[in-house]
Every structure is written in C-alpha cells, then in structure tokens.
Design a protein around this ligand. Sequence first.
Ligand code: SIN
Length: 289
Amino acid sequence: MNQAAPFEVSPLTPSLGAEIMNVGLWNMDSFFGEIYRSFLRYKIIVIRDMPMSHDQLCEFSARFGELMELPYIKPVEAYPKIIAVQKEVDETGMGVFGGDWHSDFSFLAAPPKASILYSHQIPPLGGDTLWVNMESAYGALPVKQKNWLEGKYVIHTGAPYGVANAPDIETQFQGSMTITRNNPQADRETRHPAVCCHPETGNLALFINPTYTTRFSDMSKAESEPILRELLSHCTRPEFSCRFRWTPNTLVIWDNRSTMHYAVNDYDGYRRLMYRTTISGEPPLPATS
Ligand code: SIN
C-alpha cells in the first residue's frame, strides 16, 4: 500500500457497494469519518488486504457501534463477539450458513445495525456474497403499492433456529458451525414495519426477507405468501444487486437496515473460513411516525 496515496472510493455497482482504497489499520484514525460516511452512502464497503487478528477485528468493528453476541450460534473460543462462518472440505451436499436472502437476525426486537465479515480462507473459485439495496427496491415500486406497504407491519421469526417455521433439514447448514436448532423460543413472533425509515439517513427501505419474514401482521400466511413472494422477487432484481468476489484478508461492512444478502453455496470440496462481528441496532422505525 502506498502510504502517501489519498483516500479513494470506487463504487462497485450503480446501486450499492464501494471499495475503499489506501486505508489500513495504520491510518484508520484519520479516515474513519470518511469510511463511516461511505458506509451510509454505499451500504456495503470493502477494504481489501487488511490482515487482522481477532483483537484487531473487534477493535475495528467497535468503531461502528456496540458489538453484540448472537443468539443460537456458538462464538469463537475466547471471543464471544466473533463467530466463524465456516464450511469445510468434506461438508458437501448440504446448505451453507446465510445461503438464502436475509438481513441479519431481523426477528430480534432490535435487529443489528451492521455486520462485518472478514475473509480468512476462501475457495479458488466461488463462495461469493450477494447484496441487494432495499432502498432502491422500495423506491422502484409503484406509488400505490408504496402507500399500501407504508401502513403495514410484518411478522419475523427465527425460523432456521425454531420449530414451527423451520426450513427442510437438508437446507439447514450445521457442518462445523455449532448452531442451536429446534428451539421453540426462536418461533416467537416479532412485529416490524414493512417499510422502515433509516435512523441515520431518513431514507425508506423495505424491511422483509424470505428467511425470517413469515406474514403480514394482519393477514394469514396463505394471504401474505403471494404478496411477499412478488415483493421478494422484485427486491432481488439484478439492478438492485452487487455480487462480491472475495480475496483473503478482505473486510466487508454492510448496513443491515437497508440491504439483504446471500452467501452463494457453489464451492463444495473447498474450505471457506470467515470471521464475523455484528453491531447492535435499534428497533426499526416505521416510514410514517
Ligand atoms: C452471512 O450471512 O453472514 C454469511 C455471508 C457469507 O458467508 O458470505
């Protein structure tokens, strides 16, 4: 890295994501303000070639807010705020952690503000992550649909960790990660606005996802299902997305309030090892308050 080079931001797609160049732990104090502004603007920021110890990952992550412990997932030994997102060489023919569209832990009363994923070992090909911009997706809806959605609330549950709404066992990744499943506590219903107002930018975003959102609060699952399905297909249009190819020692920070993401499970036979921290958030704000 050229230590004299200026702070530089290079957008990844017109919709979201930006890579930040010429920053490292050594000049983080000078540039963190600009990094944070980029985080709010681009929703996903990438910093490559930044080798980090677990302590450094925690220290860097804490610049974004308070680190949280995650329910249902066993953390790294001696680091309660870090989880290893891991799939081993022999873990073939099974799901992968985060392998469907979701925003992190949206079933919590206060879902995380942001997540930070650091790549330790990646397959030679595959293992990309996709994100979508839920503000762009909301903005592109017809006015009538926006008006309808703004008054609505949706129910979220911890389906993959619960009983009532759990997906098929074959699609639930366990592997070398220790994940608590079949916990009836996870089926508890949490009600969030379908359209949320970002607490820092005031922008409106759809806040639904297929992993944790089960229905509209005033409708049955059967009534909700076709509407949610159509909305989710709209949100995941390529125009709102960014597909990211990892290299080792890369850090990606995403805004969990305005994006969904998806871990691509296309690298059976290879090891992928990432470390993740998660930043506490607030209860989502409705569009109209
Ligand atoms: C996650 O959902 O946090 C995992 C994302 C990934 O492994 O790419």
